[in-house]
Ligand binder design. Structure first.
Ligand code: ZN
Length: 309
């Protein structure tokens, strides 16, 4: 039996490959992962678990995890004895403000994870750092890879790092208004799908939510952002809000090889709500037309060829 035959069922629809099999080629290297709902889920978990806790010990297992510091000791010294005052987020970057005004920046990259563990629990092999609190166990950082890192910025020091994009609007903030979106769409004049995942345009939208937003707004991936009608802009605006907020409510989407889990190791639930992403060949939930996958440079986009126009 050929692979193509094996992928077909009786209806003639081609099933998508097993989740995550081709995740690499389905996105551009610079598309944000994890995306905003997954990071916001972690931010909320951290907010309830580590605020007010005092750092008792820091064990950096991989020097590469703290590569912007001159040494592991420099990183450790900035954390020891400090309390976490507040947990914030800038796009996909987590920001833990400490009681002396320093900020612990956590960029997870495509494969990084955060776990809250009892200090006695076995330390997994791909653990990059363990932060132990005086009470309340450990915060463990795993699998940061090349695009993730930890950094403690001293008070007043620039904490954002090389990937800071001050121009991006975060769809979960009050700055994200219909007027702001409209002005940016007009100014850019770019195709919608690459624009949505551009981190200088919107914060934290990657391949999953970009495809879902375009499906929800019934707009084609290659529509030019400066040629949308006012009604289409409103549809897009509502879709961004609804998709992102619902994904946060369901604690993110867990698909792929390095699937998202929350601070306690539990998966999100938004994957059950996906209408477009990785649904090539499956019937559109609106019009029953089989969805298609379009290749754009190194990324792919999944959409309905009939009702997205
Ligand atoms: Zn459709």
């Amino acid at each position: 039996m050929t692979r193509a035959t094996a992928l077909r069922d009786g209806t003639g629809y081609t099933f998508p490959p097993a989740p995550g099999r081709l995740l690499g080629p389905w996105r551009l290297p610079e598309e944000p992962l994890p995306e905003l709902p997954e990071v916001e889920t972690l931010r909320r978990d951290l907010d309830s678990e580590v605020v007010g806790r005092k750092v008792k010990g820091v064990d950096v297992k991989a020097a590469s995890a703290v590569r912007r510091h001159p040494s592991r000791a420099d990183f450790t010294d900035r954390l020891l004895g400090r309390k976490v005052a507040e947990v914030g987020r800038r796009g996909s970057t987590l920001l833990l403000r400490l009681d002396d005004g320093a900020v612990l920046t956590i960029r997870l990259g495509a494969s990084g994870r955060l776990l809250k563990e009892r200090s006695a629990a076995l330390v997994e092999q791909r653990t990059d750092a363990v932060i132990t609190f005086a009470t309340g166990g450990d915060l463990r950082v795993l699998g940061l890879g090349d695009d993730g890192e930890l950094f403690v910025a001293a008070p007043g020091e620039e904490e954002a790092g090389p990937r800071a994009r001050s121009a991006a609007i975060d769809p979960l903030t009050d700055a994200f208004t219909w007027q702001a979106l409209n002005a940016r769409l007009l100014a850019r004049g770019a195709r919608l799908r690459p624009l949505l995942t551009d981190e200088s345009f919107l914060a934290g939208i990657g391949p999953i939510y970009a495809d879902e937003i375009l499906w929800a707004s019934a707009l084609r991936w290659d529509r030019r952002s400066d040629r949308l009608t006012a009604q289409e802009v409103r549809r897009l605006y509502r879709a961004i809000q609804e998709v992102v907020q619902e994904a946060v409510r369901l604690r993110g989407t867990s698909v792929g090889d390095d699937l998202h889990v929350d601070l306690y190791g539990n998966k999100g639930e938004y994957q059950s709500q996906l209408n477009a992403y990785q649904r090539e060949g499956q019937p559109c939930q609106r019009c029953r037309t089989p969805l298609v996958r379009e290749q754009l440079e190194q990324a792919s986009t999944f959409h309905c060829p009939k009702c997205q126009s």
